[in-house]
Each structure stands twice: as structure tokens, then as C-alpha cells.
Design a protein. Structure first.
Length: 175
């Protein structure tokens, strides 16, 4: 038992020179599962985006056709702003087609990495990968779930940066 009255009760040693492994696994479980959920959602949204982009490129996406019709109506009523509508149309075609496919494939790979990092975090196996997964979950351009991923990533980082959790990762890598 520590003489420090302000010490966290989770930092109790197990007698082996480090924090109790079971306690540390319990402490990391909730943020690891939350990051895992963010990664899974990222993968699902990315798969939907890949499918949508592929359908658009094949000319089979009815929503893309509706949007083209809306742009044409805007172009007819725009007058001097017609050039802006033309630019919006081109950007939309790129982002719904090949640009969307590439960006969704990138977020799919990032989602897979987030899932793998969360699984490593849950088992206290790879501190670097766990930190990277938490950070990637927060980045808007790399994660489809940035609104949810930002607070969850911050929570996971705070837990990961605690001294006893860091030491648990070191202990499992040397054991």
C-alpha cells in the first residue's frame, strides 16, 4: 500500500514490481471497446461509400442521376453564377466516382487499422499501435466517425497515457 493518500487505488502493485495486470486490463477495456466500435463503424461506412462510388462509376446509381438533374436546373436558373454551378458539378462527379472510391478505400484501410489497434489495446499488446489507432479515430479526413471518434479517441489517449497503463504495456512486452 502506498503512503501517498492521493495515489490512485488502481496503481496498487501486484507484488511483481508492476501494476496488477487484471486491474489494468479492466481499466483499458472500455476505451478499447469504444475505439473498436469506431473502427467497425468506419469500415461499414467505407464499404457503403465504395459500393456507392462503384455504382456511380458504372452509371447505376439513381441518386447520382437525380443530382445531375438538380445541377442542370440550377445551371438554367443561375444566370451569372452558372460557372460556379459547372465547377460544383465537376467536383461532385469526381467525388462520387473515382475520387470517392479512392477516399473510401483509404478510410477502409484506416478503419481496419483502428480495429486492429483497438484489439491490441484491449490485450495491452502494442502501445504504439494503440496510440496510433486512438489518434486516427479522431482525424476527420481519415475517419468517417470523427464526431464520435474525437471524444472516444481523447478518452483512449488519456487512459493510455496514464503511468500504470504505460507500465502494463511495457510489462507485457517484456514478459
Amino acid at each position: 500500500m502506498s503512503d501517498n493518500p492521493y495515489a490512485s487505488p488502481q496503481s496498487v502493485d501486484s507484488g511483481s514490481g508492476g501494476p496488477d495486470q487484471g486491474m489494468m486490463l479492466a481499466k483499458i477495456a472500455a476505451p478499447a471497446i469504444a475505439v473498436l466500435v469506431v473502427g467497425i463503424l468506419n469500415i461499414l461506412f467505407s464499404l457503403f461509400g465504395v459500393g456507392s462510388s462503384a455504382l456511380t462509376m458504372a452509371g447505376l446509381n439513381p441518386l447520382a442521376e437525380q443530382q445531375k438533374e438538380q445541377f442542370e436546373q440550377m445551371r438554367q436558373t443561375a444566370g451569372p453564377e452558372a460557372e460556379f454551378v459547372n465547377i460544383m458539378t465537376k467536383v461532385s462527379e469526381i467525388m462520387q466516382g473515382p475520387g470517392g472510391l479512392v477516399s473510401n478505400l483509404i478510410t477502409l484501410v484506416v478503419g481496419i487499422f483502428i480495429v486492429l489497434g483497438a484489439l491490441k489495446m484491449k490485450r495491452l499488446e502494442s502501445y504504439g499501435m494503440s496510440m496510433t489507432a486512438s489518434i486516427l479515430a479522431m482525424i476527420p479526413c481519415l475517419s468517417n466517425c470523427c464526431v464520435v471518434g474525437l471524444p472516444i479517441g481523447i478518452w483512449a489517449l488519456i487512459v493510455l497515457m496514464s503511468a500504470d497503463i504505460k507500465q502494463s504495456f511495457v510489462n507485457t512486452s517484456t514478459a
